[in-house]
Design a protein around this ligand. Structure first.
Ligand code: ADP
Ligand code: ZN
Ligand code: ZN
Length: 809
């Protein structure tokens, strides 16, 4: 048998499968989706089996050296998916395959074989096989490679041994065990023998006798640590009995459940509102008989979308099918998970970045083995290895974080569509502020369209007060709080209600400026202002991490009036304390939440009323639901409006709407105060009136006029190199080649300096292709990129190709 293997070589010329022979030892373990190690030139490389090669087509081959996993980590569907992704997002096939497996599996590791308890090794019939079992028993755990070397038939025997419960194979990464195990002791002989051994022991062996007495009392397994502490004995004592063959010792897998020890209460089910009912019936119709059914729920915050998700998930499970629920990383709060665990209990696996790699791997394996029905996670959970997917939900589908900003630069929305088509599944996009792309498709009937216009129980949407900060300045108010906001805060403090204060981006405009000459301290490598960190009086660059001490005098003019300026979350916290003595502020930003669990703890504190104000960045903009919050302050609503990005208006609208959605979700009425220097801007105006549709109509007109997505598609190329002349020369050469292949009606813009002109000492140039959806464009661009690859590499130039970019920086 021969396998088609995609090998880990970073050059594009070799981005194709190679054929390798499968030795009979490995045959039982190799399938499409297996990871293998293969010889490649003089090297040994990792690869994925993407197919079986017909012998007639195979020319010269070498043998596969080893298989890396007992079970193939990828399904056939995922192998197919990887090819689609590599074509669509112009990455190598290997990169796409690799991105679908958990990070711990990306490093190499070893497999160890050992006997399972109770294995009667003399059951083996062939003397060679018996020798194989004895070999394992005497040395266990034994490395996989060693067994294959010693016994020509080891592959087959291991496979059989695993199937009939005699052998266990465990995977070890470096010195870290990827699976958490506990050591368990069980008697290896019948109770009568235990008794006999105890009687035959010398008097001095009191400790060992105690152990035997224990097992005579409780004839069954016990964890070694438990036994040691119970009898106050040492490892050595236990080892003596294990060596004599009286006790059996083994490592038993113990899943690390990050939610262990918590109980989840099922929230009561409410009767559905008429709007919920309509949506549920519409989707239910779309899923029987099973069909690819893409749809959008446009529902205002608090309209009960999540309840709809829960119901559709339940119906999916009832049909024996599985669900992936994607949520933005920052919405993946314990509170959010609780709602799903409360309903579905341990049928839910959760994948998020705050888990350790080992924990993530455990959750992934529960999915891989079909032990759960639901996977909840951020972007990469779209690759949850389910085999019978019935439903994929993208909550907050407009979120930019669904696009991966490194290779492979896939959008989870697109991958969801691929998987939905493959499995004939429902693909459900939900949002209060859908992306222009998705909403456009919905209005044009390309995907099913459901609307939920009312909040549950007709709670009103919060009143939004737009405050013009230019007026405040004219009136002599130099603080960061408008008069309206000050009054609002005082009122809430008097009524003992809670508030959320939102500031866009950590340290946005917390730069150091000279009041005498206007000099602003910038990163010497990235051309952006450094951010001031008060705790250790340093300035830090948020792109490259460059750090320096706060200057005492201005490097330009020597003035002493140089100090930090603007509003970071720390600064707001200080100002709040200054104007509202005694106010209790809980600050949530990257600085206060870097420790594991800190995020959760701060939210819990706020929920318990230990703070009057929850102050934070993007992190608090969504997903949080606090009954006592009646005021949301947006301190600089337009700070996103001026970014060099055609989506700036859309992002501002989304942000304002989302933040506003935090207020008044419960019995108490809520108010939003929006401070801005751009009161007239349509995104601010429509957001303040909760008018998505008008915003959409205005914005779609702008997109049409200026020819931006969804009216065209984009590919962004970013070049980076230390030398500007070389960079320009090569970028221009590349652009010329591109111009020759793009069809009439497509444009190439640039090359020009990127908005962030330098990162980590590398200058950056970019160019962009705008084209109508034409299936020939990407393949011809791909050919140019590949042809250019060698020259580019030789010159040491970096090139990032971003198809359907979300970030234009
Ligand atoms: P969304 O996801 O659209 O923001 P949720 O599903 O979170 O909305 O619902 C908002 C609030 O209303 C939640 O507290 C939820 O428990 C409650 N809720 C949802 N549906 C109903 C219903 N049919 N009857 C009563 N309360 C409901
Ligand atoms: Zn100065
Ligand atoms: Zn920098």
């Amino acid at each position: 048998m021969y396998a088609r293997v995609v090998v880990d070589v970073p050059v594009v010329e070799t981005d194709r499968p190679f054929d390798y022979k499968i030795s009979s030892a490995l045959l039982p373990f190799i399938q499409v989706g297996s990871r293998v190690s293969v010889p490649f030139g003089a090297r040994k490389l990792q690869g994925f089996v993407i197919g079986i090669a017909p012998a007639s087509e195979v020319k010269k081959t070498r043998d596969i050296l080893d298989v890396l996993d007992i079970e193939p980590p990828l399904t056939e569907e995922m192998v197919y998916l990887a090819r689609k992704i590599s074509e669509r997002y112009m990455c190598t096939y290997y990169a796409a395959l690799q991105s679908m497996i958990p990070a711990v599996l990306r490093s190499s590791y070893e497999k160890q074989v050992s006997l399972l308890p109770g294995t009667e090794i003399y059951a083996a019939i062939l003397p060679e096989e018996r020798a194989f079992y004895e070999y394992i028993r005497n040395r266990q755990p034994v490395s996989w490679g060693k067994l294959l070397k010693e016994f020509p038939l080891a592959g087959q025997w291991i496979k059989e041994g695993m199937e009939n419960g005699r052998l266990a194979v465990e995977q070890v990464v470096g010195d870290r065990v990827t699976k958490k195990t506990i050591t368990v002791l069980t008697p290896a002989v019948p109770p009568e023998d235990l008794e006999r051994f105890r009687e035959a022991m010398p008097k001095s062996a009191t400790r060992q006798k105690e152990i035997l007495s224990h097992f005579l009392h409780y004839y069954g397994p016990i964890s070694q640590p438990e036994l040691l502490s119970l009898l106050r004995i040492s490892h050595q004592t236990v080892k003596g009995l294990v060596d004599k063959g009286i006790l059996h010792r083994e490592e038993v897998e113990n899943y690390r459940d990050p939610y262990a020890g918590r109980t989840f209460k099922a929230a009561p089910k409410h009767p559905f509102t008429p709007q919920q009912q309509t949506v549920i019936e519409g989707i239910a119709e779309g899923m029987s008989p099973p069909a690819y059914f893409p749809c959008l729920i446009h529902g205002v915050t608090g309209s009960g979308k999540t309840e709809v998700y829960l119901e559709i998930m339940e119906r999916t499970i009832a049909r024996g099918r599985e669900t992936i629920l994607l949520v933005p990383e920052i919405s993946l709060t314990p509170q959010m998970v609780e709602r799903f665990k409360g309903r579905f209990g341990n049928q839910v696996a959760v994948l998020h970045s705050r888990l350790s790699q080992g924990e993530r791997y455990d959750e992934w394996r529960r999915i891989h083995r079909g032990e759960v029905k639901i996977a909840i996670g951020a972007r990469s959970a779209i690759f949850a290895p389910f085999r019978n997917l019935g439903l994929i939900i993208l909550d907050e589908e407009h979120e930019g974080s669904y696009k991966q900003e490194e290779t492979p630069r896939y959008h989870a929305r697109t991958v969801a569509q691929y998987r939905g088509l493959y499995h004939k599944a429902v693909v459900l996009f939900g949002s209060a502020t859908p992306s222009m792309e998705t909403y456009n498709e919905a209005t044009r009937g390309k995907i099913a369209f459901f609307k939920m216009t009312d909040r549950v129980k007709n709670r009103p949407l919060p009143k939004v007060n737009v405050v013009d900060m230019r007026e405040e300045l004219r009136a002599g108010n130099r603080t960061m709080f408008s008069k309206t906001l000050m009054d609002g805060i005082n009122e809430r403090l008097a009524r003992k209600e809670q508030m959320v204060m939102f500031l866009n981006r950590r340290g946005f405009s917390t730069f150091v400026m000279c009041r005498s000459c206007g000099f602003v301290v910038q990163c010497p490598h990235c051309d952006i202002s450094l951010t001031y960190h008060k705790s250790n009086r340093t300035l830090r660059c948020h792109y490259c991490g460059f750090t320096e001490r706060e200057p005492e005098i201005c490097p330009e003019c020597g003035s002493e009036h140089i100090r930090f300026f603007g509003t970071g979350t720390q600064k707001v916290e200080e100002e709040l304390a200054r104007y509202f003595p005694g106010i209790r502020v809980i600050r949530m930003d990257v600085d206060t939440t870097s420790r594991k669990g800190a995020h959760e703890r701060l939210l819990q504190d706020f929920r318990e009323g230990k703070g009057d104000v929850l102050l934070g960045t993007q992190m608090i903009a969504k997903g949080l639901d606090f009954p006592n919050v009646t005021l949301v302050g947006v301190l600089a609503a337009d700070s996103m409006l001026n970014l060099p990005d055609f989506r700036a208006a859309e992002r501002t609208f989304q942000l304002v709407t989302q933040v506003g959605g935090r207020a008044g979700r419960h019995e108490k009425e809520g108010e939003v105060i929006l401070q801005t220097y751009n009161t007239e801007h349509y995104s601010i105006q429509f957001a303040s009136r909760h008018d998505y549709e008008s915003f959409f109509l205005e914005e779609i007109q702008q997109r049409r006029d200026k020819n931006y997505p969804p009216f065209c598609r984009l590919v962004l190329f970013t070049f980076a190199h230390e030398s500007v002349p070389l960079l320009i020369k090569m970028a221009e050469k590349f652009a010329r080649q591109l111009r020759e292949v793009i069809p009439p009606g497509a444009f190439l813009l640039g090359p020009v300096a990127s908005p962030i002109a330098r990162i980590k000492d590398r200058y950056r140039f970019q160019c962009m292709i705008k084209y109508k959806n034409d299936p020939h464009v990407l393949p011809s661009i791909q050919r140019i990129v590949r042809a250019f690859d060698e020259e580019r590499k030789k010159a040491g130039m970096m090139l990032a190709v971003d198809v359907d970019p979300q970030m234009m920086m």
